[in-house]
Design a protein around this ligand. Structure first.
Ligand SMILES: [Zn+2]
Length: 314
């Protein structure tokens, strides 16, 4: 797994700086930035995700996501929620991204759980008699010797623990830009405006939105980790991942994050993530983060200002 830390800045200072820029942009544009949230409970159906000793990731993801959805529904009734799944079904990644983009989400939040790969351990399994020769011709002599034999065992790596929140890798910005471009070209609430995707102005606009989505994803991810830490969890920070599993973060044309809520390979965390209390705490932390993100990115007037297209720039 290729992981790298996103920022060396102290969390609070970093959040304050990003909040300032994003908030200034939102205010200048007078936009309500969070009207539709896509909630994605990772895996599902035949795709169980990672496994703990007694539980499957897909069920933990769904439990936390449904709790988060209930909190949002109750405390942010003006926000439209789009669930990728609410039951134990398999939805492939492309369909997840398509639903998120078609629903014109303003935020994509995926909930997952982590696991450490098992550790390889060599165990002594007895001696084997090995034949070998010395000398040549008449002097050739046969000998035997005992050689130690080992068996490979795989044991659970139980030590890793804590939360991580992912955003798309910086080297995938171009790919994300393609999806943003596609969405912008489809966001045509005005019948007389059909953007030409080869037009440099349109290109510049899509680049700007991609950059904005990156800043916003980073902001939300940083706040999520801050909130989880406040709740007593060990935060492993905001990270970027390059491998396949994170494709969804670049394919969703909106600010998007993926929360790894803890390690099912760690017995304490597996128990916690399967408990009602643990799931509620994780959901509450993500909810608080969304709330703070919303306050940070939306102008006060947004509550009465509802432009039909939140992505249309002037
Ligand atoms: Zn997962």
């Amino acid at each position: 797994m290729v992981l790298r830390s996103c920022s060396k800045l102290p969390g609070i200072l970093f959040c304050a700086i990003i909040c300032f820029f994003i908030s200034a942009t939102a205010t200048a544009q007078g936009k309500n930035t969070v009207r539709t949230i896509i909630l994605d409970a990772g895996h599902g159906g035949i795709k169980t995700g990672t496994k703990g000793t007694f539980s499957l990731e897909k069920n933990v993801c769904l439990g936390i996501t449904l709790k988060l959805g209930k909190m949002l529904q109750k405390e942010m009734p003006d926000v439209k929620l789009v669930y990728i799944r609410t039951t134990d079904v398999h939805v492939d990644n492309r369909a997840r991204a398509e639903l998120a983009n078609a629903s014109k989400g303003d935020l994509y939040v995926a909930i997952h759980a982590n696991a450490m790969p098992k550790l390889e351990q060599k165990k002594f399994a007895g001696y084997k008699t090995e034949v070998y020769y010395t000398g040549t011709g008449k002097n050739k002599k046969k000998h035997t010797r005992k050689v130690k034999q080992y068996k490979i065992h795989y044991i659970n790596n139980v030590t890793a623990k804590g939360t991580e929140t992912y955003i798309w890798a910086a080297d995938r910005t171009e790919a994300k830009g393609d999806f943003v471009e596609e969405r912008l070209s489809e966001d045509t609430d005005s019948t007389d405006y059909k953007p030409d995707i080869n037009d440099p102005t349109f290109k510049a606009k899509s680049l700007l939105w991609t950059k904005r989505y990156f800043d916003k994803s980073l902001l939300l991810a940083s706040i999520v980790e801050e909130e989880l830490k406040k709740g007593g969890r060990l935060s492993r920070g905001v990270k970027q991942r390059n491998e396949e599993g994170i494709w969804i973060l670049q394919a969703t044309a909106m600010p998007s994050i993926l929360v790894e809520s803890g390690f099912l390979s760690n017995p304490q965390e597996e128990k916690y993530l399967n408990s009602q209390n643990g799931q509620t705490e994780v959901a509450r932390a993500v909810f608080n983060a969304i709330k703070r993100y919303r306050t940070a990115t939306e102008p006060r007037s947004a509550a009465v200002s509802h432009p039909t297209n939140p992505h249309k720039t002037k």
